[in-house]
Ligand binder design. Structure first.
Ligand SMILES: Cc1cc2nc3c(=O)[nH]c(=O)nc-3n(C[C@H](O)[C@H](O)[C@H](O)COP(=O)(O)O)c2cc1C
Length: 244
């Protein structure tokens, strides 16, 4: 098949998947990369996408060892008649578990023909200077990988079963609305910046990273114990695992 152009579709609440997939796309095909950033709910609410006669990169972060449910559901709506695809998951140094094989299965269901796949380490969304988890200073060179075969997926954890949700400290909030803009699920309303809808929140930390005044944080003590454990055991950056 003569590839005329490239498509890049990614979900990236805190920007790591965006950076890594862009690096890959431009390394493969420096020109004519059609980018679809499906982080914003409005993009995912649009018409279902059809891919034809192009090479497509699909990218998503790992959330609790899986593809975030909203993104698995969204990618399944694609119509890709045997379009070759490169599958990319990024994870925060702990483990990518079933996310890559799940992305593979979702892509195949949508009609893609996966030709390569990779799991790449990024900075954990819960990482901060105070509690670092795989703190990233630069990106390594990127290799394309083949999907590892696996058995059943691990059970899906949902943010609703996790303790805590991001909150806004009123005194620090400057009412700029960047948290609302950054949220990939519309969980923070413009006229109620101190409230987060726990039913919609992915705990992705996009709002926290976007907040210029440090007002947004997950202040639940149990949650922060979990982050400290992650920091303790997965602080040192792992190397990308390759499957050929
Ligand atoms: C809700 C949530 C769950 C996560 N689960 C995992 C995990 O199971 N394993 C892991 O290594 N990293 C995990 N991470 C870290 C992300 O996979 C990592 O930060 C990713 O690169 C973020 O991509 P993004 O910047 O494109 O949003 C999780 C992050 C979030 C927000």
């Amino acid at each position: 098949m003569n590839i005329q152009s490239m498509g890049l579709v990614y979900f990236s609440p805190t920007g790591t998947t965006k950076r890594i997939t862009n690096e890959i796309a431009h390394a493969i095909h420096s020109k004519r990369v059609k980018v679809i950033d499906c982080t914003k709910p409005a993009t995912r609410a649009g018409e279902s996408l059809t891919f034809y006669n192009e090479l497509v990169i699909l990218g998503t972060p790992v959330h609790y060892g899986r593809v975030p449910l909203k993104i698995a559901d969204y990618f399944t709506t694609f119509n890709a008649e045997k379009t070759p695809a490169v599958l990319v998951v990024t994870y925060g140094n702990r483990a990518f578990e079933d996310a890559l094989i799940e992305l593979h299965d979702v892509a195949v269901n949508a009609g893609f023909s996966p030709i390569a796949a990779g799991a790449f380490i990024g900075e954990h969304a819960y990482s901060s200077e105070a509690v670092p988890i795989a703190h990233v200073e630069h990106l390594d060179e990127i290799e394309a990988l083949r999907v590892p075969k696996n058995t059943a997926y691990r059970e899906r954890w949902t943010p609703r079963t996790m303790p805590g949700v991001p909150t806004t400290k009123g005194k620090l909030c400057i009412q700029c609305g960047r948290c609302t803009e950054a949220c990939p699920t519309g969980a923070i309303h413009r006229d109620g910046l101190t409230k987060t809808d726990k039913q919609k929140c992915l705990l992705c930390c996009a709002c926290i990273k976007a907040c210029p005044s440090g007002a947004r944080a997950i202040r639940n003590p149990l949650f922060n114990v979990g982050v400290r454990i992650l920091s303790q055991f997965w602080r040192m950056r792992r190397e990308p695992e390759t499957y050929l």
